[in-house]
Design a binder for this molecule. Structure first.
Ligand code: ADP
Ligand code: ADP
Length: 225
């Protein structure tokens, strides 16, 4: 069973066709980049994968659960980092984590255990007591990634998570998320920046709402044109 499978997905904004016949299956425990220029349909695809948008065209399956038929089961297997940060600046890192744990019905010692683990995975453990306001942009993003892991999802979706960050902060996030994939998490990372993709990663190339390619980055770079 694949962690995330999309079959013949389509979506239109009125007369504007944003996605058309999009199909792919992510290999479990891999870092897959969703690569495409602005306007390719990346945000629309993410909105469908997180059920912000719904469509009658095609099918999305998460860990074997059809998102239209079993939305709760499907969404419980997804962690999401949206393009725009959603953090209360006056909360501490730990409070943010505990709040998200509570939203998933996780409390007490279990919430503390998961918070500790997720923060450690992003190398943020020593910042648990700090207010978000006092963190730089890169650390805020890492906090959001840790938060997206609190319910132990199988798939992590990130929509251009390094936008606006300096080179060093970007690199740290790229490295941390690759480590997460090595622990078995299936990562789907939308970007228009080729330098965020490693040779060992898979790439789904989206262009004008259609999948042009789905293959290892090394093969794409091999330039079999
Ligand atoms: P991104 O490329 O990061 O998705 P965009 O600048 O394309 O950002 O879009 C920003 C917002 O504007 C999104 O909410 C998107 O849905 C909306 N948007 C994009 N293109 C159009 C359009 N042609 N008409 C109306 N809204 C649009
Ligand atoms: P990306 O995230 O890759 O930049 P989007 O999913 O935002 O792409 O947009 C895909 C296409 O749909 C683009 O042509 C965009 O202009 C169009 N689009 C996005 N949002 C809207 C909207 N609300 N109304 C009309 N067109 C839109």
């Amino acid at each position: 069973m694949t962690a995330l499978e999309v079959t013949d997905l389509g979506y239109s904004y009125g007369a504007k066709r944003a996605l058309d016949g999009v199909s792919f299956a992510l290999r479990p425990g891999r870092f897959t980049a969703l690569l495409g220029p602005n306007g390719a349909g990346k945000s629309t695809l993410f909105a469908l994968l997180t059920r912000l948008f719904v469509t009658r065209e095609g099918r999305i399956s998460v860990a074997g659960h059809d998102i239209a038929k079993e939305p709760r089961a499907a969404l419980s297997k997804i962690g999401v980092v949206f393009q725009q940060p959603t953090l209360d600046l006056d909360m501490t890192v730990a409070m943010n984590m505990r709040y998200f744990a509570a939203l998933h019905g996780i409390g007490g010692r279990e919430a503390a255990r998961r918070t500790e683990r997720a923060l450690a995975q992003l190398d943020m453990a020593e910042r648990a007591g700090e207010k978000i306001r006092s963190l730089n942009g890169g650390h805020r993003r890492r906090m959001e990634i840790a938060r997206a892991l609190i319910h132990d999802p199988e798939v992590l979706l990130l929509d251009e998570p390094t936008v606006g960050l300096d080179f060093k902060s970007r690199q740290a996030i790229v490295a941390h998320v690759h480590e997460l994939a090595q622990t078995g998490l299936t990562v789907f990372w939308a970007t228009h920046l080729v330098d965020e993709i490693g040779d060992g990663d898979d790439v789904v190339v989206l262009h004008r709402g259609e999948v042009l390619a789905h293959e290892p980055a090394a093969d794409l770079r091999g330039g079999r044109s």
